[in-house]
Design a protein around this ligand. Structure first.
Ligand code: IMJ
Length: 255
């Protein structure tokens, strides 16, 4: 059986722990034959990644704080040192201050707003610029987004604005990088109980909405991961600038 990512090198950011969507994506990429470059933020994530990496097919584990320009140029250098073309990159990163996901949106501070934009949206632009030199043969950049970018989801608040910005950035990048045969897309995942979601008050109520989705179930990280495999693979060679919903169909419902 041939595998969809055989012989490809893929960068996966945002593995915080075994529940991360990025980890499900890394597992699916490895299953499909990809060699991986993983980035992490801070010592706690490094410990997690070192534990998970042996099951993947990892060529490099590299620190990367996307709010620091020098860490992104460091990533560019580390990719160049591998001396093999990069075919895919996955951006699976977001952060907002906890209090901005709990109090009224109108209370959002300037600093909190800018922090969410920096980590969750601008980082896609910065990451795209950092990986471009390693993609001489073209490639695929995918990011993770959420319905809260287009609709009001209780408490999503400043992250909803950041995801709207992320999706728009994805389209502008798709438009510009197309001439290099680099495709840029977003996957809009339904609610999944990751570390980023568990921290949210009322999250189990959100999961109960699964009963009203067309597929009558919650989103499985493996479903998101298989969509990421598709976008990174040649099967998606004509797909760029899209938001692909992997959400049991929740997005189409009006009640
Ligand atoms: C997050 C907040 C409110 C509602 C939410 C979420 N729903 C879902 C999420 C319904 C599914 C998770 N999600 C899609 C996110 O993008 C989460 C981002 C996030 C989470 C945290 C928690 C801990 C923290 N900062 C965060 N920043 C971003 O301190």
């Amino acid at each position: 059986m041939s595998r969809l990512l055989e012989g490809k090198l893929a960068l996966v950011t945002g593995i915080a722990n075994r529940w991360s969507l990025a980890y499900a994506i890394a597992q699916a990429f490895a299953r499909e034959g990809a060699t991986l470059v993983l980035t992490y933020l801070g010592e706690r994530q490094k410990v997690s990644i070192d534990e998970l990496a042996p099951d993947l097919n990892v060529a490099l584990i590299h620190p990367c704080d996307v709010t620091k320009d020098e860490e992104l140029t460091g990533l560019t250098s580390a990719l160049a040192a591998l001396k093999q073309p990069l075919h895919a990159a996955v951006h699976s990163l977001a952060f907002a201050n906890r209090e901005d996901l709990a109090r009224p949106f109108v209370e959002t501070s300037r600093a909190g707003f800018l922090l969410a934009q920096d980590v969750s949206a601008y980082s896609l632009v910065a990451l795209a610029r950092a990986v471009m030199p390693a993609m001489p043969e073209g490639g695929s950049i995918s990011t993770l987004t959420y319905l809260g970018s287009q609709r009001v989801v209780p408490n999503y608040n400043v992250m909803g604005v950041a995801k709207a910005s992320l999706e728009a950035a994805m389209r502008y990048l798709a438009s510009e990088l197309g001439e290099r045969n680099i495709r840029v897309n977003a996957i809009s995942a339904g609610p999944v109980k990751t570390a980023s979601a568990r921290a949210i008050k009322g999250f189990s109520g959100i999961l109960d909405a699964a009963a009203r989705t067309p597929l009558r179930r919650n989103t499985d990280p493996a479903e998101v991961a298989d969509a990421a495999v598709f976008l990174a693979s040649g099967l998606a060679r004509g797909v760029t600038g899209n938001v692909l919903f992997v959400d049991s169909g929740m997005q189409i419902m009006g009640f």
